[in-house]
Design a protein around this ligand. Structure first.
Ligand SMILES: Nc1nc2c(c(=O)[nH]1)N=C([C@H](O)[C@H](O)COP(=O)(O)OP(=O)(O)OP(=O)(O)O)CN2
Ligand SMILES: [Zn+2]
Length: 145
């Protein structure tokens, strides 16, 4: 069970939901300066996604928790992150599978899905813990939330 506390995101929306998931995945950082991380290795990523909004859909959901899991866990769990060429690119450091970029990609995929919903929820934060001592928080710029 996950009962971790995450950084709080301040906002003025009426509803906020959070979805936790664990993702077992391998990756490598394709750059010589990455040191040992340039070699393929694995993590159990701990991901928390924060979504907020003022309106619910016809089922009373801000967004279906299961849909968030499908979009992220369903895509990445038990895979080699570098293999997902629609998310990551070993030739472009803006698209390497670092913790920072994994968090940003999750944000982009989730927000793309939310943008298609009529009640327009917003993804406000993505937390990604890669190791027991290392994590990243990604938040969109103010104009995008
Ligand atoms: N800013 C970033 N730095 C590092 C990343 C990253 O994604 N962003 N990634 C790595 C490696 O992938 C590595 O898996 C994680 O590094 P690290 O925290 O050093 O892992 P350790 O378990 O060795 O940490 P200790 O606290 O020293 O035990 C490296 N850097
Ligand atoms: Zn790593």
């Amino acid at each position: 069970m996950m009962h971790q506390l995450y950084p709080q995101v301040f906002h003025d929306y009426c509803y906020e939901l959070n979805k936790d998931m664990h993702i077992a995945a391998a990756h490598f950082i394709p750059h010589q300066l990455a040191g040992k991380c340039a070699h393929i290795h694995g993590h159990t990523y701990v991901v928390n996604i924060t979504v907020a909004g003022d309106a619910l859909d016809e089922t009373g959901f801000l967004v279906n928790f299961q849909k968030l899991k499908q979009l992220v866990h369903g895509k990445l769990d038990h895979t080699l992150l570098n293999d997902h060429q629609d998310w990551f690119d070993s030739k472009n450091s803006e698209h390497f599978p670092t913790t920072e970029i994994v968090a940003r990609k999750i944000y982009e995929v989730v927000q793309d899905y939310l943008d298609a919903l009529p009640h327009k929820p917003k993804c406000l934060q993505v937390f990604v813990r890669e190791t027991p001592t290392s994590y990243v928080v990604y938040r969109p710029k103010a104009g995008d939330r």
